[in-house]
Design a protein around this ligand. Structure first.
Ligand code: SF4
Length: 660
């Protein structure tokens, strides 16, 4: 893999330091153009049964009103494909021109019909011409070529229909549903995902059909980011046209976790100028998706005018695979430790022990003991407001150097220095000191910290092109051979809760995906007109977002992970209600991944690497999985959550929830 990045010419984006959108060919989808010099298009997918014409139309209208510019509707068989005609004509009758996209899995005949009706068809190359059997077959070159010939025969009619009707196509690879053929040759790797799309793309190019958008979705953010980057590199290398990219993280989940996970994947790519259309998939009503996509996209309006960042000459980071930057272990940072969470409480004077619940540490006065939940932060930064009581063992305090140097306890508290303070200081903590610097101070910092084994950097930037500016500072550290651990500090004054989630997930998550960063610190900016409770709420949000970002970037698992599908016309139960019910019973199972999928057709494939699966297999019937293996079939839905817990228990992964 190393060889793929030796030359910056073969990189996946125009520049690692100067924001610029990748130049793509424009693809017309009805009145909307994806790619070229056009804005990044927001899209989403309906969840109502496609046979329910009016229900679908009304949901489409709610989606359009929320900012959706392109609407995807599932067409699992001919009858749904046929009904797209009614949905489209009712929408047009009501004055809505929003283009429609038919979502196809397994059914070429439905695709061929839909391509004559709607403006775009999405096919999944993993199942367009293949039924997944989870078989590992040894293909010879000849039998592999035969398979490709079989695909060509099945796929060509659709390509011709699209060409004749001016219908665009998305070749939408999903990490979880790669064909047995791809799996046997490449495994479920980013390269396998890319190759899966290229097999179909080659057929389109042979037919001179270029109205194509490509996606590489996964619920694993690292795999998703790597696959899109690799796709761009392979398109460039292979002399393909620069097709527009549709960005998305599959099965991202709901609420805060869903937003953070989407932003880690989508935001990371947008930072490097990749992406022409975005769909955020949440297990929520689809009208909640477009505003999140829009908030992610809008961040790049006017981004080109950012302060300049020194160019990268040699890029020591591997963008197509996850390699953690090697750093020294300082106290409990770096080495083999998980990334740490430092929560900023510095704007709260005389914080009380009971208020520490905002950072996941609970004081129990009747027992005079502390308890911690899964989101108990590792460090609090108290700035110049030292904590006036004894802290629990699991949490440490960082104070401004000016406070620490006069503090009665210089052993259990740690100092935070600015660069000039650090250069002048005579007293340091013997184990760990924190040095806060800007990316622009990195050269001076490197010479200052040389040889120090007692310091952790807190790295921040004032550049609006934040993630790449911080990444550039990491490049300098790597080039200088520095193994100092680095905590990334971000700050979003006056942003809403949603923006704070999305921005920190992009800025810190984007670095973590590339193996950069040993901790996170979200700066607390609220003061003045805010009540104490509002500031505490802000602290609580920052604390949980910090853990969420680490988890979404797959660097520290502190909670149960739910890989739940966004639902669509195929869904066999109420996904939101069921997800909430499963979450209520299992959200104390730290690090366990549970897939909750609306249908048995795509669900098992798209559960990716879930440890357990809850999949709708008929009206009121659920099939339960352990990994990819079916453990119980057709369980009545009233009993299915209990049965799921029983499977987890038998597997030795269950523990009883604690009450705090
Ligand atoms: S897994 Fe969910 S979103 Fe995917 S096709 Fe089935 S019901 Fe629809």
């Amino acid at each position: 893999m190393e060889s793929l990045i030796k030359s910056l010419d073969s990189l996946y984006c125009d520049s690692l330091t100067q924001y610029s959108r990748r130049k793509t060919i424009p693809v017309r989808v009805g009145d909307v153009i994806i790619g070229g010099d056009n804005h990044i298009v927001v899209q989403s997918m309906t969840t109502v049964d496609t046979m329910d014409t009016l229900g679908s139309v009304e949901q489409c209208i709610r989606m359009i009103d929320s900012g959706c510019e392109l609407i995807r509707i599932t067409a699992p068989s001919l009858k749904e494909a046929e009904n797209l005609k009614n949905i489209k004509s009712e929408l047009r009758k009501r004055g809505y021109q929003t283009p429609l996209v038919a979502d196809i899995h397994f059914t070429p005949n439905a695709a061929e019909l839909a391509a004559r009706i709607v403006e775009k068809v999405r096919i999944n190359p993993g199942n367009y011409a293949d039924k997944k059997k989870f078989e590992v077959i040894d293909y010879t070159d000849a039998s592999y070529a035969e398979e490709l010939e079989r695909i060509r025969e099945r796929f060509l009619p659709l390509v011709k229909i699209c060409k004749e009707n001016g219908t665009a196509m998305r070749i939408g690879t999903n990490h979880g549903s790669l064909s047995d053929r791809i799996m046997s040759r490449y495994g479920d790797t980013p390269l396998g995902m890319v190759e899966s799309a290229l097999e179909f793309l080659r057929i389109c190019e042979d037919e001179k059909f270029h109205d194509i958008v490509i996606s590489m979705k996964s619920s694993n953010t690292q795999v998703m980011v790597q696959a899109y980057r690799l796709l761009v590199q392979k398109l460039n290398e292979g002399g393909f046209k620069p097709y527009p990219l549709h960005l998305g993280v599959t099965e991202a989940g709901e609420a805060e976790d869903g937003r953070i996970k989407s932003a880690v994947g989508i935001g990371t790519l947008l930072e490097d100028g990749l992406g022409d259309t975005v769909r955020v998939s949440l297990t929520e009503d689809p009208e909640f998706e477009a505003p999140v996509a829009k908030a992610l996209i809008d961040r790049y309006t006017g981004r080109t005018g950012h302060a300049s960042i020194p160019e990268v000459v040699n890029y020591p980071i591997t963008p197509f695979e996850h390699n953690k930057r090697q750093v020294a272990e300082i106290y409990n940072f770096g080495g083999h430790n998980v990334p740490r969470v430092i929560t900023d409480i510095s704007k709260v004077e005389n914080i009380t022990d009971r208020e520490m619940k905002a950072v996941g540490h609970f004081y129990l006065p009747e027992l005079d003991k502390w308890k911690m939940n899964d989101l108990g932060c590792d460090f609090v930064y108290s700035g110049s407001n030292p904590i006036p009581f004894m802290l629990p063992n699991g949490m440490k305090e960082i104070q401004n150097y000016s406070v620490w140097e006069k503090a009665p306890d210089q052993v259990n508290k740690f100092p935070l220095f600015g660069l000039s303070e650090y250069q002048k200081a005579e007293v340091f903590h013997s184990e760990i000191n924190f040095l806060e610097v800007l990316d622009t101070e990195i050269a001076e910092t490197i010479s200052t910290i040389q040889g120090r084994k007692d310091t952790v950097l807190i790295l921040k930037t004032a550049n609006t092109h934040g993630m790449p500016a911080l990444r550039r500072a990491f490049v300098s550290l790597i080039e200088a051979g520095s193994d100092i651990p680095v905590v990334v500090k971000v700050s979003y004054p006056d942003q809403t809760a949603d923006m704070t989630m999305l921005y920190s997930a992009t800025d810190v998550g984007g670095l973590l995906v590339d193996g950069l960063g040993d901790g996170i610190l979200i700066s607390l900016e609220k003061e003045g007109e805010h009540t104490r409770q509002e500031v505490l709420d802000q602290i609580k949000l920052h604390n949980s977002v910090s853990f969420g970002v680490l988890q979404a970037a797959r660097t520290r698992m502190s909670k149960t992970e739910y890989i739940s599908c966004p639902s669509c016309g195929r869904t066999l139960f109420d996904l939101q209600e069921t997800t909430a019910m499963i979450r209520k019973r299992t959200d104390h199972l730290k690090g366990v991944k549970i897939g909750i999928m609306g249908c048995i057709v795509n669900g098992p494939g798209e559960m990716a690497d879930a440890d357990y699966g809850y999949v709708g297999s008929g009206k009121g019937k659920i099939t339960l999985y352990k990994g990819k293996e079916v453990v119980k079939r057709s369980v009545p839905s009233e009993k299915a959550v209990d049965e799921l817990i029983e499977i987890i228990r038998e597997d030795g992964m269950w523990n009883e929830p604690e009450t705090i």
